[in-house]
Write a protein that binds this ligand. Structure first.
Ligand code: CP3
Length: 353
């Protein structure tokens, strides 16, 4: 009998089965490049309020699916709901991005943080799980619902730097000069991430992505300690309860460490950023591993006539393996929605060849 996994193109590819039609979804497919998002965003007040309003967040999750017919919906939320639920002060400011009251080795915010988090999963984060239930009820089977979290290292960068950073000096100094206390922070984040992802699965997500967006600032020693090890613990703990939920890793900037990331963490699939060479990836990553990515989102702002060429390059590199089309990073906010429509069209037409 056909189950949901065999009907859904994204889930089929993530389960390691190549399909003749290539599925497509985009990181940051919901967001400021869409007028229908900006309208709700203006009415909602703060960004976090929006993340904790199930009705609005469910609507925003579905907006790009309705407009473009993507094969997956990604939960509308943020990686920084975890520090918020741990009790750190988090806001999103216009033009600045996230602003957090930074934690330091002397003031690491750790005592009782996980207790606060567990309370929060029943309260604040309960709204995120309700969003998932709403989307799961509203979507069709051919659209997969993807849940997510940031990788502990990436979330920690925001918590320690107090927001986005250019050189990540504070966190790199802490991690290298006092690894023992830094590890306590990573452990708390790893635990909170496991709780949050399990709750997302219980609410109805069908796949998970772990965004390790700042993996690229670590050397190989740090990458092993702060990215590979926590990811392995997250994957193995979730797999014990939910062996059939595919987990996609996105170790952005990991470059030549991608093969060791794959073999050591046991993620099911890897999302490649656009710095990764297509030929290199196709030759060093086993054909049985599903790949996602990696068109540079900048092409959506460039000459529309050149888009088919660049999409074709990516599609042909991964034509013999399980594969999900995506960008190498999120949709840029200046993107014209018509470019995204064109992109979906190109990928769909490729399917017909
Ligand atoms: O459509 C989707 O991808 C789902 C929702 C989603 C958001 N953030 C919504 C969002 C997802 C999956 C994320 C992940 C996220 N958040 C990451 C990892 C992916 C990546 O981009 O590397 C990171 C690092 C964050 C942290 C974050 N959130 C930053 C740095 C910012 C400000 C900069 C920016 O790009 O806007 C945000 C804000 C944010 N998250 C917005 C949205 C739609 C914009 C908020 C607004 O409306 O002002």
């Amino acid at each position: 009998m056909e189950d949901k996994t065999t009907r859904n193109l994204v889930l089929r590819n993530l389960a390691g089965k190549r399909t003749s039609a290539v599925p497509i979804w985009l990181m940051r497919q919901a967001g400021r490049y869409l007028p229908e998002y900006r309208k709700i965003r203006r009415a909602a007040g703060s960004f976090l309020d929006l993340c904790y309003s199930p009705e609005l967040a469910a609507e925003i999750t579905l907006q790009p699916v309705r407009r473009f017919g993507f094969d997956a919906a990604i939960l509308f939320s943020d990686i920084l709901v975890i520090p918020d639920a741990l009790g750190q002060h988090v806001t999103f400011e216009e033009g600045l991005g996230p602003v957090l009251e930074p934690i330091t080795p002397l003031n690491p915010m750790l005592p009782n943080a996980l207790d606060r988090f567990r309370n929060s999963s029943q309260n604040k984060l309960g709204a995120v799980y309700e969003t998932i239930e709403r989307v799961a009820n509203a979507k069709t089977d051919n659209c997969a619902l993807i849940g997510f979290a940031g990788g502990p290292w990436t979330v920690a960068t925001y918590m320690v730097e107090g927001g986005s950073s250019r050189d990540f000096q504070k966190i790199r100094r802490w991690a290298t000069s006092d690894a023992t206390s830094f590890e306590l922070l990573i452990d708390v984040l790893t635990e909170a991430t496991i709780i949050h992802l399990n709750a997302q699965i219980n609410a109805g997500v069908e796949a998970l992505q772990i965004f390790e967006s700042h993996a690229g600032v670590l050397d190989c020693f740090g990458f092993n300690k702060w990215v590979i090890k926590p990811t392995r613990r997250i994957v193995s703990t979730i797999k014990r309860k939910h062996p059939h939920i595919p987990i996609i890793g996105f170790p952005r900037g990991a470059a030549a460490q991608i093969p060791v990331f794959l073999s050591e963490t046991n993620v099911d699939a890897v999302s490649l950023d656009h710095s990764v060479s297509l030929n290199w990836a196709a030759s060093v990553i086993s054909d049985s591993v599903p790949i996602q990515g990696n068109l540079d989102p900048i092409y959506l702002l460039g000459d529309p006539g050149k888009l088919p060429f660049h999409v074709d390059r990516v599609l042909s590199a991964f034509s013999n393996r399980p594969y999900v089309f995506n960008l190498g990073h999120g949709v840029i906010k200046e993107t014209d929605p018509r470019s995204v429509e064109r992109l979906v069209d190109i990928v769909r037409n490729y399917n017909l060849r």
